[in-house]
Design a protein around this ligand. Structure first.
Ligand SMILES: *[C@@H]1O[C@H](CO)[C@@H](O)[C@H](O)[C@H]1NC(C)=O
Ligand SMILES: *[C@@H]1O[C@H](CO)[C@@H](O)[C@H](O)[C@H]1NC(C)=O
Ligand SMILES: *[C@@H]1O[C@H](CO)[C@@H](O)[C@H](O)[C@H]1NC(C)=O
Ligand SMILES: *[C@@H]1O[C@H](CO)[C@@H](O)[C@H](O)[C@H]1NC(C)=O
Ligand SMILES: *[C@@H]1O[C@H](CO)[C@@H](O)[C@H](O)[C@H]1NC(C)=O
Ligand SMILES: *[C@@H]1O[C@H](CO)[C@@H](O)[C@H](O)[C@H]1NC(C)=O
Ligand SMILES: *[C@@H]1O[C@H](CO)[C@@H](O)[C@H](O)[C@H]1NC(C)=O
Length: 884
């Protein structure tokens, strides 16, 4: 058989190649004895190549297609991608023990996977089969085999060459005869061809590709399906290939012949299709194999892939088999279990055909000879091409920021090789590395599959075009695909587009009037999907109600008074409060900030109120910058003057201008009362031990205008010693002058100031209440003092008059001069005159040109009721002086 070694018998069987073919397929190998054949299942192959060889004498003989047909081997595949090797038990290489046990050894070599090296497996299987019929016929798709019992020859010798075709071939009663003895040797095979008889020596026949074998009791003949010495004949309208022989055996001068014939159906003309069904007609009476018209069909079996199915399984699979006068009729659903789809590409269009490998087994006896024939046909059915236009389904979900698509439907024999994007070609590995999720999904019945792909919008392969508040994403791609069995490449191009509205976050706008913040929130493109915080509080329904919250589907608004606790006070100014409102919009799930907004406004506000009756009120607000301040601890200059009420945000003070350390200043046309709210020293010293020492100083003041028409007039009232103001018309003005001498007849001009004087020179002061025609009020000097600076509160200071009386410690005491009515003086009580000797401050010794400023606080008294204080004052020593 050496001459038969040669080409490998190579099957490329890539199973439903999954994209993640990273895992090396670990191969299943199993064997099954199925009557007169054996099946070896290998797989799933998953992209690897399988070489099959037969082992004889420890040597592998590669199975080429011709050796396979000659020797009884065939190979098919099943839907799962397994290779199914069919082996006739009587194959050329079988070790035959008494025609009962048949041992075949195969060598399987897997190679061509992109991972790892070749794998070699040996499979040795022995099948027992001892129910041989007198004739057994196997119709495989690549060969016809007939095995007949070798009976002892009749006692008449044969010429050894010519056998008349008129002689009935199957008339021998071989069944009753003992087997032919071993002395007989097959020498010649006579083929009955379409052209007539054709004798060939056994050796020549074997060289021509026929298999001729002797077993202890049987003769086995095998022919490739379409061998030249076979012919086609229609049987009941079904074309069949006929292999008809007579084999001559010789022993010395004896010769005998054994006739053997097989007829196998051809595909064309025996299978018919509708949309959904395959119908296979097998002639019931296969004439070339039946000599007399009389025969008995004993058994009919149906199977798939060489394995019989029982009636229940047939029904479950929707298979049906029936007999009529002429045919064994099999009906199979297209797409059903047991078969599979295979892909085809024609003119760039995708087609599938459905494949199934049914088997029918018949057993009959002929009445005339009582000989049994077992007839087994393996049939390969492939439907016409069924168009299956490919479809790309766009499954993109808005908001997911990626294209999602499904491409299908494909038979399992298609693999996705690559995808071409405008930016380049990516292999499947490239796609995975790039973050494109590619998956393969098999339909539940495994007959078809689809690919799914996801491409994020952010990928450079995607074109983006923005404008008009939308972004258009487009993807152009071409799928590169391959039919694994045939290495045919094809492609599918597609375009997808997604229009996404640009994301606009919510926006906040606001305004203020004299007392409120007005906030308007406009929803973004995602609507009302946020939580609102006002200051540090969530906008709860009750807070919303409090802030007059209104909503209309696209906006909401609310109003926050500037005095609300959710507002932060940034600064207190003379007549306003600067406050800030913070509004934050948060994502309720992640708590992430979507929008932060602040608005600050100055609200006119009377921090200090001045009442005509001399009462002052002051509101001290806690500032955002002094968060640790406790307002209740605040006091006026006099630490005993605390707030009348307070809480954690403010302190409210009420006091009169002559109390709580309020300072008073005379200005040219107004009276100024000043105080300061702060933390008293004791609190500060306590606090100063800690690192954070709140600083809080709020100056409060009242100015009583002298010359406004709304100003005050003094009325003499009983039991009133303090200025008493009432809203009425009147004017009050006080003026101080220097007189040229003690006659007080002439005054220094205002333009002459400052006036230079030598030390110890006398200065003649006069203080006058102007614009008052009330003789019952008197002007009294409360305090007079001198400073170096213009500021009346500046230091150093020298007191001239204290509580209406000359400073007792002054070495050059002030001298009062009495006032008499004259041309200048109408009401003497409206005047006060005093004399001071020019002096200098001790620290101003070196610079005698230093200026001196003289200030006085005056009091208006009711002369009828000089109750106490300055108004009723008598100075112990002044009388004497004034007289002097
Ligand atoms: C081997 O066959 C068994 C049973 O048919 C199957 O479950 C298993 O998946 C197969 N192994 C491989 C690697 O395919
Ligand atoms: C196998 O070996 C036997 C004995 O060694 C020999 O007779 C036979 O011809 C060999 N078969 C083949 C196919 O080489
Ligand atoms: C198998 O599944 C495919 C896809 O789901 C379907 O089109 C086909 O009809 C199914 N075949 C059978 C026999 O159920
Ligand atoms: C991509 O696949 C197509 C079709 O399967 C094939 O023709 C082409 O050569 C492949 N391109 C690359 C770069 O691999
Ligand atoms: C909602 O209120 C806002 C602001 O007042 C206004 O601009 C908008 O037109 C209103 N929308 C509807 C639907 O009424
Ligand atoms: C001063 O006037 C205010 C406002 O009219 C009043 O509330 C307050 O009691 C008055 N104070 C005195 C001491 O009369
Ligand atoms: C008061 O009078 C002075 C001078 O007569 C003038 O300058 C000032 O503007 C007046 N004040 C008011 C508030 O009218």
């Amino acid at each position: 058989m050496g001459h038969l070694l040669g080409l490998g018998w190579i099957f490329l069987l890539m199973a439903a190649g999954t994209i993640e073919a990273q895992k090396k397929p670990s191969i299943n190998i199993s064997t099954k004895c199925l009557g007169n054949i054996m099946r070896v299942d290998v797989g799933p192959l998953g992209g690897t190549l399988l070489d099959v060889a037969v082992i004889i004498n420890n040597t592998g003989v590669a199975l080429t297609p011709s050796i396979a047909a000659q020797c009884g081997f065939s190979m098919k595949s099943d839907p799962s991608g397994n290779a199914l090797i069919y082996v006739s038990l009587q194959n050329c290489f079988a070790q035959n023990a008494e025609d009962e046990l048949f041992t075949t050894a195969l060598q399987l070599r897997l190679h061509g996977s992109q991972f790892g090296q070749d794998e070699v497996y040996r499979v040795v299987e022995t099948c027992q089969y001892d129910v041989w019929a007198s004739r057994e016929v196997i119709c495989d798709y690549n060969y016809m085999e007939v095995s007949v019992r070798r009976a002892a020859p009749d006692d008449f010798p044969l010429p050894g060459h010519s056998v008349s075709s008129s002689k009935p071939l199957n008339s021998r009663r071989a069944a009753e005869k003992p087997p032919m003895d071993t002395g007989f040797r097959a020498t010649t095979v006579v083929f009955f061809t379409a052209e007539g008889e054709k004798p060939m020596t056994v050796t020549d026949a074997q060289k021509s590709g026929y298999g001729i074998g002797n077993t202890p009791t049987r003769l086995v003949l095998r022919s490739p399906m379409m061998a030249p010495e076979t012919y086609t004949q229609k049987v009941a309208g079904v074309p069949m290939r006929v292999f008809k022989t007579s084999t001559i055996f010789e022993k010395k001068w004896l010769a005998t012949q054994v006739d053997a014939a097989a007829a196998c159906p051809l595909h064309e003309g025996s299978v018919f299709f509708t949309q959904s069904t395959i119908t296979w007609y097998l002639p019931r009476q296969i004439d070339p194999m039946i000599s007399s018209g009389q025969f008995n069909l004993l058994e009919v079996h149906f199977g798939i892939n060489g394995q019989r199915l029982d009636a229940a399984e047939m029904q479950a699979r929707d298979y049906s088999i029936s007999l009529d006068d002429f045919y064994v009729i099999t009906e199979l659903p297209i797409g059903g279990v047991g078969g599979y789809y295979k892909s085809h590409i024609q003119d760039d269009l995708y087609y599938v055909s459905y494949m199934i490998e049914p088997m029918i087994e018949l057993l009959w006896t002929e009445d005339s000879s009582h000989e049994q024939t077992r007839y087994k046909v393996f049939f390969h059915i492939a439907t016409h091409l069924i168009p299956r236009p490919l479809e790309l389904i766009d499954n993109t979900v808005p908001g997911e920021d990626m294209f999602k698509m499904t491409l299908g439907h494909f038979a399992p024999d298609v693999v996705l090789m690559n995808i071409t994007f405008p930016t380049g070609v990516l292999s499947m590995q490239d796609c995975s590395a790039r973050g494109f999720n590619i998956l393969e999904h098999l339909s539940p019945n495994s007959s078809m599959k689809v690919f799914t792909l996801q491409v994020p919008f952010a990928d450079p392969a995607i074109l983006k075009q923005a404008g008009n508040g939308v972004t258009v994403y487009s993807l152009h791609l071409t799928f590169g695909l391959m039919l694994v069995d045939e290495l045919v490449f094809f492609s599918y191009a597609a375009s997808l587009e997604a229009v996404v509205k640009d994301l606009v976050p919510p926006s906040v706008s606001s305004g203020c009037d004299n007392s409120n913040f007005y906030v308007l929130v406009k929803y973004g493109t995602q609507g009302f999907n946020f939580q609102t915080m006002v200051g540090k509080r969530f906008m709860t329904p009750s807070l919303a109600q409090h802030y007059n919250y209104m909503e209309n589907g696209t906006h909401f608004s609310f109003v926050v008074p500037f005095s609300s606790p959710d507002v932060a006070v940034e600064a207190i100014e003379s007549s306003s409060i600067r406050s800030r409102l913070d509004v934050t919009l948060n994502n309720p799930e992640t708590n992430a900030q979507i929008k932060e907004f602040s608005v600050a406004c100055s609200f006119p506000s009377t921090i200090t109120e001045c009442f005509p009756n001399g009462t002052m009120t002051a509101l001290a607000l806690k500032l955002e910058s002094v968060p640790s301040l406790n307002p209740s601890k605040l006091t006026l200059e006099d630490p005993s003057c605390g707030p009348v009420h307070s809480n954690d945000r403010y302190a409210f003070f009420v006091f009169t201008v002559n109390s709580c350390g309020t300072k008073r200043k005379f200005m040219s046309n107004a009276m100024l009362y000043e105080n300061e709210i702060s933390l008293p020293d004791e609190v500060l010293t306590k606090k100063s031990q800690t690192s954070e020492e709140p600083e809080y100083h709020l100056k409060v003041s009242c100015v009583y205008d002298i010359n406004t028409s709304q100003a005050v007039a003094f009325n003499t009232r009983p039991r009133r010693s303090e200025p008493y103001a009432e809203n009425s018309k009147g004017q009050l003005q006080v003026v101080m002058h220097l007189a040229l001498d003690d006659s007080y007849s002439k005054l220094q001009n205002f333009e002459d100031y400052p006036i230079a004087k030598y030390l110890q020179q006398p200065l003649y002061f006069e203080v006058e209440l102007l614009k008052s025609a009330n003789p019952l009020v008197s002007l009294e000097l409360e305090n007079c003092w001198a400073t170096q600076q213009e500021d009346r509160t500046s230091q150093p200071r020298w007191n001239l008059i204290i509580n209406g009386c000359p400073n007792p410690v002054d070495p050059y005491q002030v001298v009062y001069h009495p006032v008499w009515a004259d041309a200048r003086v109408r009401y003497p009580s409206h005047f006060k005159r005093f004399e001071v000797q020019m002096f200098a401050f001790a620290d101003g010794k070196d610079d005698l040109s230093t200026k001196l400023f003289v200030h006085c606080d005056v009091v208006i008294c009711d002369t009828k009721n000089p109750i106490d204080g300055v108004c009723g004052q008598q100075c112990p020593n002044t009388e004497q002086r004034t007289k002097g």
